[in-house]
Write a protein that binds this ligand. Structure first.
Ligand SMILES: [Zn+2]
Length: 424
């Protein structure tokens, strides 16, 4: 009989524990390898400027069709809530920033193409990506310099000195290489150069998160309206998109990478295709195509603000709760629970409603008074109560609260919806 059985059994325990620890390490490193190294998940976002869905759909676009045949194509929308607090001009930079931040203009504050006072407290998906994965790479290929320097805010103190790892832009400022002509041929030449460089880099080293922006179609819309010239420009954009798509397929086939490619536009057009900026249905209507299959939100007219949470889901970018509570879009991937949150205060009662889509019905309604997030501070939320999402609406007594404005948030099993209300 051993003198000290407890020591003996302990040492066996340690040995077993140590062996299982080593085994865990091996398993962990194995699963790490298979997750992050054998199937890196890459994202490419492409904006083709100012192409109405009606023009796109009647113009032959074989490359876009090839992409959509793997995933899907849908008409989509932007512009926030028409006549509501989030109504958003259908202007280029405004649309890009709605995609990048997942919010409407009342939050991101880019009101036009002069991009005077962006509210950088609403982080772009690029910033979230880089904060979480500093070792991974981001890239932009753009016919407009401001997309990097002002919207992404590359190198600005206000964006925490975000660093965009690869960029190819600003060619529109090079009047020697691209002499400016009144017909915008130089923009066409720049688009071609930008698309080629993007596909070359994706082919060579495949940045993890890439944004490509091509402009020529918008110039042709402004000049010629809905016209053969516009359709020819759309076909050119499609050819350039085809180069990028080829690079992506090469990486998928030969480098074991997976890609989410989202192609979209930044506004529709009105008045015969010459103009945009207003709130007509045709200016608010856009489209989204992707190589990925999406959830049913995609078939029910998605919004440009859905791109951000979709990318976050795909690349598993953890979005801090206070940021996630501000997002105006929902993910096109995974379970869909609810959309279209609205609310109003009437005789001391807060009445909220939403559209239920899910099977798992529990949610929570939160409220905060004022809006500290926009100043970079924390909002203190109070729980109003739990709701059954399948009820599609709920009422809460808010008569005891003193406030003028409040933010209401519906917490779902995954993600949040938010709406701003005023006391009458
Ligand atoms: Zn535009």
């Amino acid at each position: 009989m051993p003198k000290n059985p407890s020591v003996f059994s302990k040492s066996i325990c340690y040995k077993i524990a140590f062996q299982s620890f080593v085994l865990c390490l091996i398993l962990a490193s194995f699963s790490c390898t298979s997750k992050t190294e054998s199937h890196p998940k890459k994202v490419v976002l492409v904006i083709l400027d100012g192409i109405p869905a009606s023009i796109l759909e009647k113009t032959p676009t074989p490359h876009l069709d090839a992409i959509a045949s793997q995933g899907g194509y849908s008409r989509a929308w932007l512009g926030g809530e028409k006549d509501g607090y989030s109504e958003t001009p259908t202007i280029s930079a405004v649309g890009y920033n709605s995609m990048l931040t997942g919010t409407w203009v009342n939050k991101h504050n880019v009101k036009d193409n002069s991009i005077q006072f962006p509210n950088y407290h609403y982080w772009t998906i690029f910033r979230h990506f880089k904060e979480n994965f500093p070792q991974k790479t981001t890239a932009i290929y753009s016919t407009w310099l401001d997309n990097r320097t002002k919207l992404l805010g590359d190198g600005l103190a206000e964006t925490g000195n975000l660093k965009v790892d690869y960029h190819f832009d600003g060619l529109e400022l090079d009047t020697v290489r691209f002499p400016h002509d009144t017909l915008s041929r130089y923009i066409h030449e720049i688009d071609k150069t930008v698309a080629s460089k993007a596909s070359e880099d994706i082919n060579r080293f495949s940045p993890d998160l890439t944004w490509v922006y091509l402009q020529y179609t918008d110039d042709m819309g402004h000049r010629y309206g809905n016209s053969p010239e516009m359709e020819a420009a759309v076909q050119e954009a499609d050819r350039q998109l085809g180069e990028i798509w080829n690079a992506i397929r090469n990486r998928e086939e030969n480098h074991n990478e997976e890609f989410l490619l989202i192609v979209t536009t930044d506004h529709g057009r009105a008045q015969g295709g010459f103009h945009h900026g207003g709130q007509s249905d045709e200016e608010r209507e856009i489209w989204i195509a992707s190589n990925s299959k999406f959830n049913k939100r995609f078939d029910q007219k998605p919004a440009i603000v859905d791109v951000f949470p979709t990318v976050a889901d795909y690349q598993e970018i953890p979005i801090p709760r206070d940021h996630a509570m501000e997002l105006d879009g929902v993910s096109l991937l995974g379970d869909l629970f609810a959309t279209d949150l609205k609310g109003k205060v009437d005789e001391g009662k807060l009445i909220v409603n939403w559209k239920n889509h899910g099977n798992n019905p529990n949610g929570k309604v939160w409220i905060t008074f004022g809006n500290q997030f926009r100043y970079g501070n924390k909002d203190e939320y109070q729980l109003l109560g739990e709701v059954n999402l399948s009820d599609n609406s709920a009422e809460f007594d808010v008569s005891k609260f003193e406030f003028r404005n409040a933010k209401v948030v519906l917490e779902m099993p995954k993600g949040f919806l938010n709406y701003w209300v005023e006391k009458e």
